[in-house]
Design a binder for this molecule. Structure first.
Ligand SMILES: [Zn+2]
Length: 219
C-alpha cells in the first residue's frame, strides 16, 4: 500500500471511530504500517480533525520520527513496540470505549459469548492498570500482541490489532459490543459464555471464509 493510501485510510477510520462513539474528545490513537514505517495520529488532535499529511511517520526499526512540526501521540511507544513485537500486524487502534472501561472496573477476562466475537476477535487479553504513555505500558502491550488481537487495559480502554485498519476497527466495535452484552447480561443474571470447545469449533469452521463473510456483511 502506498503511503498516501495509508494516510487516507487512517483519516477514514479515524472518523468512523469518532462517529461510533469509541473515543470522546482528543482521546485514543491509531496507526497503520506501510513497509518499515508506521503512521500514527499526532498528539493534541481529536481523531476526526487529522488531515492526511498530519499523520506522523515513524521508522519502525529505528524509532526515528519524520519532522513535520507536530508531536506524535503520547502512546507512540505502545504502537512502535507492538509492530516490532508482531510483524503480521498492519494496524493498531487504541480507544477508550465506555463499556470496555466499565467492564475492567468489575472484571478482568472478557469471555467469548457469541459466534461473531469468536470468529472476528477470539480471546481478549487483559492488562491491569499501568500509567498511560509509559514504556511499562508499551512493553506490556507488546507482550500480548503476539497472542491476542484485542487487549483490554484496566481502568483505561482497549487496544486492537489487525492485518488492516478495517479489521482492527471491527475488532474494536465487536469487543465494545461484547463488553456491553456482558454487563447487561450480568445485571440480569449469570452470564453463560461459549465453552472453550465451542470457541475452538468456530475458529476451525473454515475460519477465513467465515471471517470474510462477516466483514462483508459489516460494510
Ligand atoms: Zn489511552
Amino acid at each position: 500500500m502506498l503511503n498516501a493510501e495509508t494516510r487516507n485510510e487512517l483519516c477514514k477510520y479515524a472518523k468512523k471511530i469518532v462517529d461510533s462513539g469509541l473515543v470522546v474528545g482528543p482521546g485514543g490513537n491509531i496507526s497503520a504500517r506501510a513497509g518499515d514505517k508506521m503512521y500514527l495520529s499526532p498528539s493534541g488532535f481529536a481523531l476526526e480533525e487529522i488531515e492526511p499529511e498530519q499523520w506522523i511517520e515513524v521508522d519502525i526499526p529505528t524509532g526515528d520520527i519524520t519532522d513535520v512540526g507536530l508531536r506524535p501521540s503520547s502512546e507512540v511507544l505502545m504502537h512502535l513496540y507492538g509492530y516490532r513485537s508482531n510483524p503480521d500486524i498492519r494496524a493498531m487502534v487504541h480507544t477508550h470505549p465506555s463499556h470496555c472501561i466499565a467492564f475492567t472496573l468489575v472484571e478482568k477476562n472478557l469471555p467469548v459469548m457469541f459466534p461473531d466475537q469468536a470468529a472476528l476477535v477470539g480471546r481478549t487479553a487483559y492488562i491491569p492498570y499501568i500509567i498511560p504513555t509509559t514504556d511499562l505500558l508499551a512493553n506490556a502491550v507488546a507482550e500480548k500482541v503476539t497472542t491476542a488481537s484485542s487487549i483490554l487495559l484496566g481502568n483505561h480502554g482497549l487496544v486492537t490489532t489487525g492485518r488492516n485498519l478495517r479489521e482492527a476497527y471491527y475488532r474494536t466495535q465487536v469487543v465494545e459490543e461484547s463488553a456491553k452484552i456482558y454487563l447487561s447480561a450480568k445485571a440480569a443474571g449469570t452470564p453463560v459464555p461459549l465453552t472453550d470447545q465451542e470457541v475452538d469449533d468456530i475458529a476451525a469452521l473454515e475460519s477465513e471464509d467465515y471471517r470474510i463473510q462477516l466483514l462483508q456483511k459489516m460494510k
